[in-house]
Design a protein around this ligand. Structure first.
Ligand code: FES
Ligand SMILES: [Fe+2]
Length: 344
């Protein structure tokens, strides 16, 4: 599992409900919470008294309180109060749990699960649209191959088939012409853009424009984030519109992958923000369900020996993606401690 990375634990709006949030990310069970003063922390999801989930507890002021016997922990994972402690005893020094480094960016809470000294070397992917525009998101824990999950959003050819009953017309089509993806590859990322033929319905064309093509951008940042970005030009009195979908994903455990789909948009249904959110969430749920059926079916084959993907020339983006993946997987894999345990 790729531990030396920042991962999204949850979104800040989820913490506003004042409840601890439980997650399992790259094999680690964690609890995220926000204190009354607004500080956000991510701790190991374990009370060191009897090893129960701390996420079953609740927040009290600046502390998270275990729901079993009421021990309290601060954001550094130190136990600060034990209700049943006899007056002549001190809280044991060992009464502490692991605290993870956290940063809040793009309306999300990111935590670091790897070697502490490496955390400043690894940047977050550029997801600036999420900071400024409205977002909707949904989580899907699936049995799938993480590489296929990573690719599924920017795979240019699948849209007309997998999504033929949902967004095929809106996203436009690809014809026989040689596609130029304008790939730009760095050590840890891949970006590109191309045109899809605008085959929207009349309603979609009135709203999104009659331009012949849909300007389509995409990206991937190792190991956990993909992007699909549709740009509709200005037309009549309508402003330019944009819809950006991100997928953020990680291994939950050896078997399961979490895929978080995030949709953000600009100038779409802007006079009715409530409707826009409802619409985007409904659409993105439908799209992601269509993808998941294929992603889960692929896992089945990958578990069988001797299976190999059969790639053809038009899978150019997949070739580059695979190169990028293989190159980085060693570098950002297990923590030093985990590697040592494996060796033993
Ligand atoms: S198990 Fe948490 S306080 Fe006892
Ligand atoms: Fe898809």
């Amino acid at each position: 599992m790729i531990t030396n990375q920042w991962y999204i634990v949850c979104f800040t709006e989820e913490l506003k409900k004042g409840k601890p949030i439980q997650k399992k990310i790259v094999g680690k069970e964690v609890v995220a919470f926000q204190t009354v003063n607004g500080k956000i922390y991510v701790l190991e999801d374990r009370c060191c008294h009897r090893n129960v989930h701390l996420s079953l507890g609740y927040i009290k002021g600046e502390y998270i309180k275990c729901g079993y016997h009421g021990w309290e922990f601060n954001g550094n994972g130190q136990c600060t109060y034990i209700p049943s402690l006899p007056p002549d005893e001190k809280i044991p020094k060992t009464a502490c749990i692991k605290a993870y480094s956290v940063q809040v960016k793009y309306k999300a809470v990111w935590a670091w699960f790897g070697d502490e000294e490496k955390k400043d070397e690894v940047p977050l992917p550029p997801m600036h649209e999420m900071e400024q525009w409205p977002i909707v998101f949904n989580y899907h824990a699936i049995r799938a191959n993480i590489k296929l999950v990573a690719e599924s959003l920017f795979d240019a050819y699948h849209i007309n088939h997998v999504h033929r009953n949902s967004i095929k017309t809106f996203m436009g089509n690809l014809h026989d012409e040689k596609l130029n993806f304008n790939l730009r590859v760095t050590d840890t990322s891949l970006e590109g853009n191309y045109d899809r033929a605008n085959e929207g319905s009349l309603f979609e064309k009135i709203y999104f424009g009659f331009s012949k093509t849909v300007d389509t951008h995409f990206g991937y940042w190792f190991p956990h984030t993909s992007k699909l970005d549709l740009r509709f030009k200005k037309h009549f009195t309508m402003p330019a519109r944009q819809m950006v979908i991100y997928e953020h994903f990680y291994e939950i455990d050896e078997e399961h992958v979490m895929m978080i789909q995030i949709t953000t948009w600009h100038n779409i249904f802007r006079f009715n923000p409530w409707f826009a959110k409802w619409f985007m969430l409904k659409k993105s749920m439908r799209i992601v369900e269509e993808d998941i059926a294929f992603l889960e079916s692929n896992k089945h084959w990958h578990e069988q020996a001797n299976h190999r993907d059969l790639l053809i020339k038009s899978d150019e983006v997949t070739f580059e993606f695979t190169r990028l993946w293989n190159k980085n997987i060693q570098k950002y894999g297990n923590t030093a401690q985990e590697n040592q345990t494996k060796a033993e």
